[in-house]
Ligand binder design. Sequence first.
Ligand SMILES: NC(=O)c1ccc[n+]([C@@H]2O[C@H](COP(=O)([O-])OP(=O)(O)OC[C@H]3O[C@@H](n4cnc5c(N)ncnc54)[C@H](OP(=O)(O)O)[C@@H]3O)[C@@H](O)[C@H]2O)c1
Length: 227
Amino acid sequence: METVLITGASRGIGLELTKQLLALDYKVIATYRNAPSNDQLSLKDHGDLTLVELEVTNESSIEALRESLEGQQIDVLINNAGIIGPDEQDRDNVSAPNWLETFSVNTIAPLLVSRAIIPLMQNAANPRIVTISSQMGALNRDAVGMYAYRSSKAAVNKVMQVMALELKEQGITVCPIHPGWVKTDMGGDEADITAQESAAGIIKLTQGLTLDQSGTFFTWEGDVHPW
Ligand SMILES: NC(=O)c1ccc[n+]([C@@H]2O[C@H](COP(=O)([O-])OP(=O)(O)OC[C@H]3O[C@@H](n4cnc5c(N)ncnc54)[C@H](OP(=O)(O)O)[C@@H]3O)[C@@H](O)[C@H]2O)c1
């Protein structure tokens, strides 16, 4: 069975992806910050789960993750860790340090983590890198405010598009995915769909991804999302 590495899996979509992938008999490596959440620990009895510490903005932490995985094959990397950014991110109030922090987590970290993990994907039959992005970063949509979050997701889409082109020769598929508006700490109670629905869609899409689809921006339902 394939091995899937999921970042930011203490709660929300990452936790639900972990749960569902274990139930499907995947081997899952799920990351946490500081200490695993109780929800993560409770999954230890439900399948082949390894919990590893990872602060995605810290290069030493990424290196420690890579070292801990030395010799293992990773089939799928899901760059899921993300933040909504500062409370105040309208044009008049967004602050540069907070904006940079949002970019650090949402845009730069997915490349740094991918870069560290790619060497472990070399022998995988169908290696895939999936990054949980957002339609809030899509340039085709007219919407105002949320400068830090929107720009970080627009930028990570470009990062993934470039990586997709570069990694095609190595046979690695790279796709950003919009997970829907999801009822999590980030999405809030008013959101459209549950984490269960979102994760099920992301897994179904990821299972079927092939190299010819690399560089496509998808929705959690498997539709192509305009950039
Ligand atoms: N929910 C939505 O409606 C929605 C919509 C579009 C896109 N997304 C995207 O989907 C992804 C997951 O969102 P979610 O709703 O599940 O959010 P969430 O419930 O807030 O969970 C975020 C996860 O990311 C982790 N994380 C945050 N910063 C990190 C860092 N610096 N290093 C390592 N881990 C970090 C958190 O860990 P801690 O528990 O340690 O904080 C947590 O596990 C994000 O990329 C988000 O932008 C969500």
